[in-house]
Design a protein around this ligand. Structure first.
Ligand SMILES: C[S@@+](CC[C@H](N)C(=O)[O-])C[C@H]1O[C@@H](n2cnc3c(N)ncnc32)[C@H](O)[C@@H]1O
Length: 214
């Protein structure tokens, strides 16, 4: 029995909560079955990419108990923190996948199954020679679009102006998605993350862009 199958039987007192809400795929090359990931029916699925300490996804999971949330995070310590916090807060609609996000989006998510993606403050890789490491690239956006349901949304925020200009360019060029000109960050990203709070304190600009799959 995998950790995900057993999590409902564990209590905070009896278990190490740091990996209880992890999802461990049975295969790393086959598409996930969402009803197995979330151990039950899935009406709406929201993926938070590069979830950090989980402040955003956990806050939203509390606000939207009918939605299933999957946090993608490549750092083990951060992934564990999200799982632990979700378990302590009793957020049974949250799972954590410790993975490189571009791989998950390209290989693991079934086509037409995801209602919302958020990418909040992705690592900006400011040096020019590191730009190929940036997550948001044409191929990544095409993979996101493939996984989205018609009407599904992708919302992105960054404080890094050159990265934002790059994102605007590649998102505008993505034929499978249309930019939402009047998208409201208060609706698509209604939780303030720790990063965002820091930027607000320092009066740094926050750039927001969103798109939908027609
Ligand atoms: C700057 S932090 C932002 C965290 C969070 N989204 C927030 O707004 O508070 C970026 C996070 O994305 C994770 N990350 C960066 N690139 C990633 C990738 N390719 N796949 C998965 N996680 C990634 C990092 O480990 C880090 O936790």
């Amino acid at each position: 029995m995998g950790i995900c199958d057993s999590h409902m039987k564990l209590s905070p007192a009896s278990a190490d909560a740091s990996e209880i809400y992890f999802h461990r795929p049975q295969s790393w090359v086959e598409k996930l079955d969402w009803s197995q990931v979330f151990a039950g029916p899935t009406e709406r699925i929201h993926i938070d990419i590069g979830a950090g300490d989980g402040t955003f996804i956990l806050g939203l999971a509390r606000l939207q108990p009918g939605t299933r949330f999957l946090a993608l995070e490549r750092l083990l310590g951060r992934a564990r923190k999200i799982s632990k916090r979700a378990f302590k807060q009793g957020l049974s609609n949250v799972r954590v996948l410790r993975i490189e996000a571009a791989y998950a989006v390209e290989h693991l998510f079934p086509a037409g199954s995801i209602d919302a993606f958020t990418v909040l403050y992705p690592d900006p890789w400011p040096k020019r020679r590191h730009h190929p490491n940036r997550l948001i690239q044409p191929g990544f956006l095409a993979s996101c679009a493939r996984c989205m349901r018609p009407g599904g949304t992708l919302a992105i925020k960054t404080d890094n102006t050159p990265y934002f200009e790059h994102i605007q360019k590649v998102l505008t060029a993505c034929r499978e998605l249309e930019i939402l000109k009047n998208a409201d960050p208060g609706i698509l990203t209604p939780i303030t993350t720790d990063f965002e709070a820091e930027f607000q304190k320092e009066n740094r600009p926050v750039h927001f862009i969103a798109a939908r799959k027609p």
